[in-house]
Write a protein that binds this ligand. Structure first.
Ligand code: MG
Length: 405
C-alpha cells in the first residue's frame, strides 16, 4: 500500500535548538493558504527561511509576499506579469522570473519543504516535478491528487518523496492515524460544515446567487473552494484526495456534516475506537502542523474551547439536495480517468458560475453530463502519466465548456 508519509524520529531538544532555519518554498503564495503560511512563519521567528514564492498573475501581491517573507526567488505564472514584478522588486535583491517554467523552477529549487497551494490543476505539474525529485511536499492543492492521484503517489513512493496533507480534513486524519497500520482502519470520515446552503431546499440551492454561494459560515477561503464547499463538491474532491493519500478504498471513506467545523476528520479502528482530529476552523493549524512536522510549532491559533462551544452536532449529508457529492463518489467508484474528468469539468463549471454564465444548479449537472458522456465515449482510461491526466483534464474542460457555449 502506498502510504502518505514515513515516520521520522523526533529530534532531540539540543538538535532542535541548534537546527538551522527550515528552508521553505511556497507555490500559491498570494492566495489564502499563502497568507496563512506567512502568518505561521511570522509566529516562529528564526525557524524558517523562504527559498521561493510563486503566484498566478497578481504581480503586486506576489512582490509584497516575497518582501514580507524575504524570499530568494519570486516566480509569476503569467508571463505578462514579469515587468510589473521586476519593477516592484527592483533593488530588493530578490530574483524574478515568469511563466510556467519559472513556477517549475520555484518548485525545484533546493528546499526542506515545498508548500503546494496553487488552486486547480495548474498546481499539478510543478508539484509533480517536486515529487519526482523526491522532495517533501505539503499538499494544500487537492486537485493534484484528484487529477492524477495514482501517478503522483506511485511516483512519490518510488522517489522517496514525503507527501504531508495540508488540507484540514486530511491533516486531521493523518494526525488521528498516528502511524497506525492502515489495515486496522475500518472507516475514515471527513466532516463537511454543510456550507451556506445546509438548511436550504433543493430549489433554493439551484437558484442561489454568487454572493450567497460565496458566503461561507465558518471558513475564509478562495472563491473556487468556497463555491465547492457550498455545492459539497469540495467533500467529494476530498474523498478522492483521501483515497489516494491514504490508500483506502471508497467503502472505507465517509462524509458527515458537522456545522461547527471543530472535528475535521475521524478514524475508526477494528477494535471500535474512534479517534477524532479537532481544531478551530483556521488553516494556520494544519499549516503549522506541516511546516513543523514532525515537531509541533506555534500557529497563533488556540485549541477549541469545548465547554464554551457547548455542543457539537453531526448529521448525514443529503445527496438529494447536494448532488455534487454523489457524483464525485460515483467518479471515485468508477476510477480510471473519471476523477480527473470530474475535477476538470467542475473547474470549468465553477468558473462559469462565478462569471454569471450558469446557475448554481448547473454546476453539478454540467459535471455529471461531462463525465458520463466521456465514459460512454471510452475516454476515461486510467491516466498512467501526468501528461495523460492533463490530456483527460483538457478534454473534460472542453466538453464541459461546450455545454454552455
Ligand atoms: Mg478541506
Amino acid at each position: 500500500m502506498v502510504s502518505a508519509v514515513a515516520l521520522a524520529p523526533a529530534p532531540t531538544p539540543a538538535a532542535r535548538r541548534c537546527a538551522p532555519p527550515r528552508r521553505l518554498s511556497i507555490l500559491g503564495a498570494t492566495g489564502s493558504i499563502g497568507g496563512s503560511c506567512a502568518q505561521v512563519i511570522a509566529a516562529s521567528p528564526g525557524k524558517f527561511s523562504v527559498v521561493s514564492v510563486a503566484g498566478g498573475r497578481d504581480a503586486a501581491a506576489l512582490a509584497r509576499r516575497a518582501i514580507e517573507l524575504d524570499a530568494e526567488f519570486a516566480a509569476i505564472a503569467d508571463p505578462d506579469g514579469y515587468s510589473d514584478l521586476k519593477a516592484a522588486l527592483f533593488g530588493s535583491g530578490i530574483e524574478v522570473a515568469a511563466g510556467p517554467e519559472a513556477v517549475r523552477e520555484a518548485a525545484l529549487r533546493e528546499c526542506d519543504l515545498l508548500v503546494s497551494a496553487i488552486v486547480g490543476a495548474a498546481g499539478l505539474e510543478p508539484t509533480f516535478a517536486a515529487v519526482e525529485a523526491g522532495r517533501k511536499v505539503a499538499l494544500a492543492n487537492k486537485e493534484t491528487l484528484v487529477c492524477a492521484g495514482a501517478v503522483v503517489m506511485e511516483t512519490a513512493a518510488r522517489a522517496g518523496a514525503v507527501v504531508l496533507p495540508m488540507d484540514s480534513e486530511h491533516n486531521a486524519l493523518f494526525q488521528a492515524i498516528g502511524g497506525r497500520d492502515h489495515d486496522t482502519i475500518t472507516m475514515m470520515t471527513i466532516t463537511a460544515s454543510g456550507g451556506p446552503f445546509r438548511e436550504w431546499s433543493a430549489e433554493r440551492i439551484a437558484a442561489a446567487t454568487r454572493v450567497e454561494a460565496l458566503a461561507h459560515p465558518n471558513w475564509v477561503m478562495g472563491p473556487k473552494v468556497t463555491i465547492d464547499s457550498a455545492s459539497l463538491m469540495n467533500k467529494g474532491l476530498e474523498l478522492i484526495e483521501a483515497h489516494f493519500l491514504f490508500g483506502l478504498e471508497v467503502e472505507r471513506l465517509d462524509v458527515v456534516v458537522h456545522p461547527q467545523s471543530i472535528v475535521h476528520g475521524l478514524v475508526s479502528f477494528a477494535d471500535g475506537s474512534l479517534i477524532a482530529g479537532m481544531a478551530s476552523p483556521d488553516m494556520r493549524t494544519p499549516i503549522a502542523h506541516c511546516l513543523g512536522w514532525p515537531e509541533r510549532i506555534a500557529s497563533g491559533v488556540r485549541p477549541p474551547d469545548l465547554a464554551a462551544l457547548g455542543r457539537l452536532t453531526f448529521e448525514r449529508a443529503d445527496l438529494a439536495r447536494f448532488p455534487a457529492l454523489g457524483i464525485a463518489v460515483d467518479a471515485l467508484r468508477a476510477g480510471g480517468g473519471a476523477p480527473t474528468a470530474l475535477n476538470a469539468a467542475n473547474e470549468v463549471a465553477v468558473a462559469a458560475f462565478l462569471d454569471g454564465r450558469i446557475g448554481f444548479g448547473d454546476i453539478a449537472r454540467t459535471v455529471e453530463k461531462t463525465v458520463s458522456a466521456m465514459h460512454a465515449a471510452g475516454e476515461l482510461a486510467r491516466p498512467a502519466s501526468v501528461a495523460q491526466a492533463l490530456a483527460i483534464h483538457h478534454i473534460a474542460g472542453a466538453r464541459a465548456r461546450e455545454r454552455f457555449a
